[in-house]
Design a protein around this ligand. Sequence first.
Ligand SMILES: *Cc1c(COP(=O)(O)O)cnc(C)c1O
Length: 225
Amino acid sequence: MDENLLGIIKKNTTGILSSLPAGVTMVAAAKTRTPDEVKAVIESGVKILGYNYVQEAESMHEIIGNTVKWHMIGHLQRNKVKKAVRLFDMIETIDSEELALEVNRQCAAMNKIMPVLVEINSGKESNKTGILPEEAEKLILYISGLPYLQVQGLMTMGPRFGKPEKARPYFKTTKSLFDLIKQAGIPNIAMRHLSMGMSNSYKIAIEEGANIIRIGTLLFGGRNS
Ligand SMILES: *Cc1c(COP(=O)(O)O)cnc(C)c1O
């Protein structure tokens, strides 16, 4: 492994972490990265790893273990839920009653309460995962009745490319929804996390109220895919 590259990753990580306002947590979006690269961000202060696939997280978990927290940030397939609830400390991507119910079922079997975020399709793009903003409260009411899930906030992707400013309206929509649901007084939920913003948009996301950002490229460099 290229020591120079690991040095750059450490410098990137320290730089971003030291620039974040108090109360904002960074999840390192670690898809496709090697164990050495992942260890480099952890040594530089990262406390949470985000993965898009259960299988990839599982392999890395065998190497890294529970020295950090593990967040599911990708679309979760129902046939992967059993493994996912064993592995992850939070699932950021709940977007349907069916998925929530299956997470509840698997968590019940191992007597684990899973913190979850509801993923909002703030851009209303049909090819994207997440639930439409206007359907979110109904889903959260449903989840509030499931004993093994605790809703702790919302997550959204927003546009991946293009000018960062383009993402602002999507973040605003998600923050408004967050505030609305917080004020609705739904039992058994704790609206405390708002996960929005990636490498190109995290500064704007923070301005719009994000307290979890998910960063890959700015830490590790571009992905070769
Ligand atoms: C890859 C990924 C990120 C990070 O994206 P970058 O542009 O590399 O910072 C954030 N969130 C999710 C869900 C991702 O899949």
